[in-house]
Write a protein that binds this ligand. Structure first.
Ligand code: MTE
Ligand code: MO
Length: 469
């Protein structure tokens, strides 16, 4: 490495665009990553945040980079050494962003450590209609923010101008509403879609969903007092207190009509299952947008913005969107694809699990249990199960639904169960499930024709093969 030229951080900073070439530094190395940016597995936008600068602080946040394969790949792009006085120093004041993460239940299966992403084992998931906080999946994109509760304020803004700030006490003065709503990640069941064809994204099984009661102020009540007209704007944006290394917060938006609609039950929630919301799930204020993809249910919310535009956040613009199965990374256009909001109908078998050996009981049946859910408040009206590829369907019993949900506002999930007749002499069976919602929408049979490059909206029939004894 001694034979390579030395550059200052000033020189590196000139190379932050494709015309001049894209350079970054890491520890004492300088790298030309121009040809790599479009191939970055985490997306071009993310790697461009570090263009012309040091990637050290980014890799502290996205710690999944600290692997020998990645370091080798980086070394293959080395063009020089960084002037010693410019080397990024991890000193006491460059605080480890993960040092104060909450203590987590050991029950969860960890899909990503930093940022933390984890899901419960499926049998545990369907034990309770309301998912306990320690069983509820966690999907963080950034380190959990440090909350200074004494100084917490929720800022309300119209485009760039702040028009009001609310303390937690102010928010609690609005009438308190409780809504039972499932939250599901847009990538739930991604591992099954990835089996159809490789894709990019965290490998979720069926557990990136949870169902809880959420209590707080209705967003429409908070917005109504502000004198802002629904007709004058298009979107309501939310920001979290979790920041990326360049200081940009997690963000998302929903259409303004949804935010103002009292029947949409959008909440600024401060309680989950009748308790203060835990840190991983968004303490002190979490936006609950029932029936809408998890990504818009912004945790640790401290800013709400009325805007003509959707959230500029990369999670709204360049992620959480669906595409045709024929679109791949070389021809994808995130700009023109609509952001995912309401989710389609889905269901999953949680008991038994794939590969289990199940004892057939004296009636020739095995117990099967799972969940079903549809977005936008659609009620689950039926769950169908087959063990002969659809020659005969058995109708499951819907064992738990929200008894208080009004028509068109069925935001909670449905738990179902069935004593499924099987032929023990076959030795094994593949169980399939599909749900039907109140609009008679149902699930596609296979993943092949709904495959998309980021692995969202994975709602084909769930199939579980088990051995019979
Ligand atoms: N809000 C903030 N501020 N930061 C995040 O990383 N993740 C989103 C959403 N809200 C996220 C967020 C995504 S993609 C999902 S699926 C849900 O939160 C996960 O919620 P949970 O961790 O409470 O299960
Ligand atoms: Mo998500």
């Amino acid at each position: 490495r001694k034979d390579l030229p030395t550059y200052s951080s000033e020189e590196v900073s000139q190379h932050d665009n494709p015309n001049n070439g894209i350079w970054v530094s890491y520890k004492e190395g300088v790298y030309n990553i121009t040809d790599f940016v479009t191939k970055h597995p985490g997306g071009q936008n993310k790697i461009m945040m570090a263009a012309g600068g040091s990637i050290d602080p980014f890799w502290m946040v996205f710690a999944n980079h600290n692997k020998s394969e990645i370091l080798e790949l980086l070394e293959s792009m080395r063009i020089g050494n960084l002037r010693s006085e410019d080397v990024y120093k991890k000193t006491a004041d460059t605080f480890d962003p993960y040092a104060l993460e909450p203590v987590r239940s050991k029950i969860l299966k960890v899909n990503g450590k930093q940022p933390f992403c984890a899901e419960p084992p499926p049998p545990l998931l369907v034990k309770n209609f309301k998912t306990p906080k320690d069983v509820f999946y966690v999907r963080n994109h950034l380190p959990v923010p440090i909350i200074d509760i004494e100084n917490y304020e929720l800022e309300l803004a119209v485009e760039d101008d702040t028009i009001k700030t609310l303390t937690l006490e102010d928010i609690k003065k609005y009438p308190k509403y409780t809504v039972t709503s499932a939250i599901m990640c847009g990538g739930n069941r991604r591992s099954e879609m990835a089996d159809a064809k490789p894709l990019r994204g965290l490998s979720w099984s069926v557990g990136a969903i949870g169902n809880a009661s959420w209590s707080g102020a209705r967003l429409c009540d908070v917005l109504n007092g502000l004198g802002v007209k629904e007709e004058d704007y298009n979107h309501v944006q939310f920001e979290g207190m979790d920041l990326d290394p360049s200081g940009i917060p997690y963000g998302a938006s929903i259409p303004i009509s949804k935010a103002f609609d009292p029947r949409a039950d959008v909440l600024l929630a401060y309680e989950m299952n009748e308790e203060e919301i835990s840190l991983d799930h968004g303490y002190p204020i979490r936006v609950i947008v029932p029936g809408v993809v998890g990504a818009r249910n912004v945790k640790w919310c401290n800013k709400i913005i009325f805007s003509k535009d959707e959230s500029p956040s990369q999670f709204q613009q360049n992620d959480y969107k669906g595409f045709s199965p024929s679109i791949d990374w070389d021809n994808v256009d995130f700009k023109t694809a609509p952001a995912i909001q309401e989710l389609p109908v889905t269901s999953a078998i949680c008991i038994p699990q794939r590969g289990e050996r199940i004892t057939v009981d004296k009636n020739g049946t095995i117990p099967v249990k799972g969940y079903a859910w549809s977005g936008s408040g659609k009620k689950i009206i039926r769950v169908d199960v087959t063990v002969d590829q659809g020659e005969t369907w058995h109708i499951a019993k819907l064992v738990a639904q929200d008894p208080d949900a009004k028509e068109g506002r069925h935001y909670a999930w449905t738990l179902w169960s069935l004593d499924l007749p099987v032929d023990k002499t076959k030795g094994s069976v593949e169980i399939w499930v599909k749900a039907v919602d109140s609009a008679y929408n149902t699930q596609p049979e296979s993943f092949k024709n709904i495959w998309n490059l980021r692995g969202f909206l994975c709602n084909a029939y769930h199939r579980v093969k088990v051995d019979l004894v």
